[in-house]
Every structure is written in structure tokens, then in C-alpha cells.
Write a protein that binds this ligand. Structure first.
Ligand code: NAD
Length: 362
């Protein structure tokens, strides 16, 4: 199984394979790029069918974190970890303590947090063996979902301004797919702003609750794509923009929390061709990581959430450049993230040379 030669490797700085005999931990820590600062990224626990699948996933996710931090203006690099196992049956204290020891061995170049399959209580256990852990409840963000939902709300406002000519959302029709940790709180913000909601979830209780609390209209899981709404907010699954759904989507804006919303990159252009404005997923759903980047000696929630609301301005810049350059927003977001990293690299490369030149001429 090639690592350096893997398609997903893409210039990673560090890939660590972790095995702990006593707890049975099998994990991979990947640090993609630390140009902007120590790599920050969650730990995913998943019963991968093969080691190759786990490696590909951690590399892909870690690279994604580099872009997410860079576009969000935070001084962190991109990293991620995966634990191979079933989060419903394989969790033990010893497993997470062992993970913490491996994280600690990275000397602060990788900071772990929760992700799919891991939780705030798991990270509290990780903290027993390393201080390089974020997203914990005490003195920190805890569950990042409220921050994520806050960012998505402001992202929807930014997209509405560009596409609908207004960002107040009063009577704007929004279809929310998924009423989980993020989707439900998002509905609350949207309802407070006067938006009209259509919702779908496989969980009937969540749907009933949204109907009662927010006056939402319910629709089936399959019918959500074809709703006659202004905004479609995917907050459940990845790959929801694909060849099948493209033909159904009537919304003028797609803006939601789900990761990897485009089945393939080319679907970003396909949306633009149809006049649908797409808020790149890793930009609009960065609220959690932005809030976590505020953790430290004194976490100020208000300050962190104000920073999260800045997703509005970030998307504004992306949409303006997208219109000017005639390139879809997902491609523009990638360029802007790469430019920020390249600038810092160039500044650094210049620093010592300039000093050397000055020393030589003195
Ligand atoms: P969650 O598991 O709490 O909620 C997902 C919801 O989607 C569940 O209620 C589930 O029943 C529902 N669902 C699943 N399949 C569905 C379908 N076909 N149709 C309608 N509903 C369906 O997850 P979450 O934490 O709310 O995250 C939602 C999305 O946002 C995920 O893609 C996640 O990766 C992404 N995300 C979350 C955060 C965060 O802070 N939680 C941060 C960044 C990105």
C-alpha cells in the first residue's frame, strides 16, 4: 500500500501510524500543512473496511482542514486523525488515553478535537494524556454544532444578498435537509429571522419538533431537492449535488453545513451554469473550527461567535471574485486558500534571505 505514492497523499508533512498493544488502538494521524500554525482537526472513529480506506480518508480530510483554516483566516494548519473501530462498540478509556499519548508525541504540531464517531466526553479522556486537544466542555467550545449553525446562518444571509438582493431573510423560503445537531439550531435562527421553512429528516420526532417550534412544513427525504424554495440548506449528507439532484433543484442558492456537498468538483460549474449560487461547504461550515481556534487561557464565547459571523464577509469576497473571474465559488475558495498559504510561505522564505543580505552589506 503506497503512502507517498497515494493519490490522496498530496504533499503531507507527517503521517503517523499508531498502534497500542494494550488498548488495541489502531489509528492514523495525518498533518497536511503547518504553514499557518499547528494543525487542527478532529478525530474520526469509523469501522473502515480496509487500512487503505482509512488512510485515504485521513489524508483527504486532513488536506481539507488546511483549506478550511486558510480560507477562514485562522492561524492553524490542516490535520486529522482516524481511529479504526466501531464507535458504538469499541470505545474504551484506554483507547482514548492511548490516542492522547500519540497526539502528545507530535509536540503540539497536531491538535485533536471531536468529529464523526467521537464526542466531547471522548476528548475529555484524551486530555488525560495530552494538552493538545480542543473542543472540550470545560473552558472551551464543547459541542461545536451551535457555532457551526451560527456560521451557516450568516453564510445563507451572504448568499441571499448576492442572489436575492437582500440578506434579512424575512419570508425567504428555505428547505433544510437534516435536523440534527446543526440543522435544528439553524432552523431556529432562520425562524427567528422570519424565514419560511420546509424540512426533512429520517427522524420523525425531529420533524415534528420543527413543525411545532418553527412552523415548518415537512416533506419526504426524496422530495426535499425539488421544493419550490429560494435556498436549499443541506445539513445531513455529502454528495447531495449530483447528476440526479441537479435536474430537480429549484432553489437559487445552496448553502448548508453538510461536508462534501458536491458529488464531484465539476458539479460546482454545473450549478453556476444553472444560475444557482453555491456557498462552498468548507467555508460556510467552518463555524465550529473558528470557535475552537479561540480556545486557550480565556475563551470568550461572544468574541468567538462574532468571528464565526465573519463567514458572511468571507463568502461575500468569494462571490464577488467568482462573478468577476467567471469561475464557480468552490474553485475561487480553493484559490483564495492556496494564495493565503503561498503568501505566508513566500514571506517566510524572504525573511532569512533579507536578513542575510543585510548582514552581508553591513
Ligand atoms: P447529525 O448526525 O447530528 O445530524 C444529521 C441529521 O441528518 C440527522 O438528524 C439524520 O437523521 C438526518 N439525515 C440523515 N440522512 C438523511 C436524509 N437522507 N434526509 C434527511 N435527513 C437525513 O449531524 P450534524 O452534526 O448536525 O452535522 C450535519 C452535517 O454537517 C454533516 O454532514 C456534518 O459532517 C456537517 N458538519 C457538522 C459540523 C458540526 O459542528 N456538527 C461541522 C461541520 C460540518
Amino acid at each position: 500500500m503506497p503512502v507517498f505514492g497515494a493519490k490522496s497523499f498530496d504533499n503531507h508533512e507527517t503521517v503517523v501510524f499508531c498502534h497500542d498493544r494494550e488498548s488495541g488502538l489502531k489509528a492514523i494521524i495525518a498533518v497536511h500543512d503547518t504553514t499557518l500554525g499547528p494543525a487542527l482537526g478532529g478525530c474520526r472513529m469509523w469501522p473502515y473496511a480496509s487500512e487503505k480506506e482509512a488512510l485515504d480518508d485521513v489524508l483527504r480530510l486532513s488536506r481539507g482542514m488546511t483549506y478550511k483554516s486558510a480560507i477562514s483566516g485562522i492561524n492553524h494548519g490542516g490535520g486529522k486523525s482516524v481511529v479504526i473501530g466501531d464507535s458504538r462498540t469499541d470505545k474504551t478509556d484506554a483507547l482514548f488515553e492511548a490516542l492522547g499519548r500519540f497526539v502528545n508525541d507530535q509536540s503540539g504540531q497536531y491538535i485533536v478535537a471531536e468529529d464523526v464517531g467521537t464526542s466531547v466526553p471522548d476528548m475529555e479522556i484524551v486530555r488525560r494524556t495530552t494538552r493538545h486537544v480542543a473542543g472540550i466542555a470545560e473552558g472551551g467550545v464543547g459541542d461545536p454544532s451551535p457555532a457551526t449553525a451560527w456560521g451557516v446562518f450568516h453564510g445563507i444571509r451572504a448568499a441571499a444578498r448576492h442572489k436575492l438582493g437582500r440578506d434579512d431573510l424575512k419570508d425567504v423560503k428555505v428547505a433544510v435537509q437534516g435536523l440534527g445537531h446543526v440543522g435544528f439550531i439553524l432552523c431556529q435562527h432562520l425562524a427567528e429571522a422570519g424565514a419560511k421553512l420546509v424540512v426533512s429528516d429520517l427522524n420523525d420526532d425531529a420533524v415534528r419538533s420543527a413543525q411545532q417550534k418553527f412552523g415548518a412544513t415537512a416533506c419526504s427525504a426524496d422530495a426535499i431537492y425539488g421544493q419550490d424554495v429560494d435556498v436549499f440548506a443541506p445539513c445531513a449528507l455529502g454528495a447531495v449535488v449530483n447528476d440526479d439532484t441537479l435536474a430537480q433543484i429549484k432553489a437559487q442558492v445552496i448553502a448548508g453545513s453538510a461536508n462534501n456537498q458536491l458529488a464531484e468538483d465539476r458539479h460546482g460549474q454545473a450549478l453556476a451554469d444553472r444560475g444557482i449560487l453555491y456557498a462552498p461547504d468548507y467555508v460556510i461550515n467552518a463555524g465550529g473550527i473558528i470557535a475552537i481556534s479561540h480556545e486557550g487561557a480565556k475563551y470568550d464565547k461572544q468574541e468567538a461567535f462574532d468571528h464565526v459571523a465573519g463567514i458572511y464577509e468571507t463568502l461575500d469576497r468569494i462571490f464577488i471574485r467568482s462573478a468577476a473571474d467567471g469561475q464557480p465559488p468552490n474553485e475561487i475558495a480553493d484559490r483564495m486558500a492556496e494564495e493565503r498559504i503561498a503568501k505566508i510561505r513566500a514571506d517566510r522564505a524572504e525573511g532569512p534571505t533579507t536578513t542575510k543580505r543585510m548582514a552581508a552589506s553591513a
